[in-house]
Write a protein of this length. Sequence first.
Length: 154
Amino acid sequence: MVCAGKTTLAKKLERDNDVVRLSPDEWLLELVTDRNDRANLDRYRDSVERLQWRVAQDFLRRDVDVVLEAGFWRRDERIFYLSQCRAQGFTIELHYLEVAQAQLIARIGRRSLRPQAHEIPIDPQELEEWLTWLEVPTDEETVQYDRFVLHSAS
């Protein structure tokens, strides 16, 4: 979910575990230099995520761990990557960031007050629609991963 802390966590995993971190937003901002150009940012997102998955598989085949810093909001997305990893003999961890809607709204508000060049702007009103896309991982789903880590916001 937006402003849940994905980038912060992914950078920590990268730093602490010597893994390759692949961030769709960072790649998108290299392609579309106007970070307010949502039409093109949205248009290229699927292509960037597919390309990052191909790059990730190349690293994984070389025994280099990878953090995919995509949202994976929907169960079918997560199951796709899980099945791909299983088919190729890779292990897979799922990190889920549990953040209350009120906290997400507050974070989006703070982010809009001090926009960073490396962040895609978010309209707080979009959050309500985006939350309808979120499918929280169930116990049935999480047991399929080699490791599931729940991160609760405090």
